[in-house]
Design a protein around this ligand. Structure first.
Ligand SMILES: [Zn+2]
Length: 229
């Protein structure tokens, strides 16, 4: 039986998928160079909310369909139940949202992210700097203030694999990107071994089908990135 291989894609990573490095990086989002000369650009949200002491992401989810909206709640609960010092709050007016989530139209998705013979794209996350510019390459990251102001998550309106696990994992994974986590299966990140170092930011771990809950890998990285150690 042919097993359908699924892809959860952050768009810019396709540009850098073939870089190789043995350097040990955390989950920084943007890299240039190769081998020992790989350099990174760190992108961050304002580290702490002054009142709660936690990183706070304000999400407008009005453009999610019912299915994705349901699984967003599962993913949000999963993140909040982990030891990650961040929170995802839904809002439409005040305080103003900094992150927007949308289930796209079928036409948009088919045009932007057409299925391959054994792959489909389930979700995409774009990040924006404090000037409101999209950060989608090393060049734009270099020109940025390095401080994040916003994010957009786009979701496939009709995944071929419509299991609850697929939806939940995709949503947890994209929320990880919103926190500025990259793909932990890529060589730049000192790849997480899906068996010994499980990570929802890893395609390899997704393939095991075990859990959509944020793992120790994510907790460790987010704490390190935002100074909660
Ligand atoms: Zn991804």
């Amino acid at each position: 039986m042919m097993t359908k291989k699924l892809t959860i894609l952050l768009s810019m990573f396709t540009l850098f998928a073939f870089l190789t490095s043995t350097s040990a990086f955390a989950h920084e989002m943007y890299f240039t160079g190769s081998g020992s000369s790989v350099t990174e650009i760190k992108l961050r949200w304002t580290p702490k909310n002054s009142s709660t002491g936690r990183l706070k992401i304000l999400i407008n989810k009005q453009s999610l369909t019912g299915t994705w909206a349901t699984y967003f709640e599962d993913a949000r609960t999963a993140w909040h139940s982990s030891a990650v010092p961040g929170e995802f709050t839904t809002t439409t007016t005040t305080p103003a949202p900094n992150t927007y989530m949308a289930t796209t139209t079928q036409q948009y998705w088919d045009t932007m992210y057409p299925d391959g013979p054994f792959t489909e794209t389930l979700g995409v996350t774009d990040l924006y700097d404090t000037n409101g510019s999209a950060i989608n390459s090393y060049a734009t990251a270099s020109a940025s203030t390095k401080q994040l102001k916003g994010a957009n998550i786009y979701l496939n309106p009709s995944p071929n694999s419509a299991s609850a696990f697929t939806y939940r994992f995709t949503m947890s994974h994209e929320l990880g990107h919103v926190l500025a986590l990259g793909h932990s299966h890529l060589p730049q990140y000192k790849p997480a071994n899906p068996n010994t170092d499980p990570s929802i930011m890893s395609y390899d771990y997704y393939a095991l089908g075990l859990s959509y809950l944020p793992q120790n890998h994510e907790v460790r990285e987010v704490k390190e990135m935002y100074g909660y150690q």
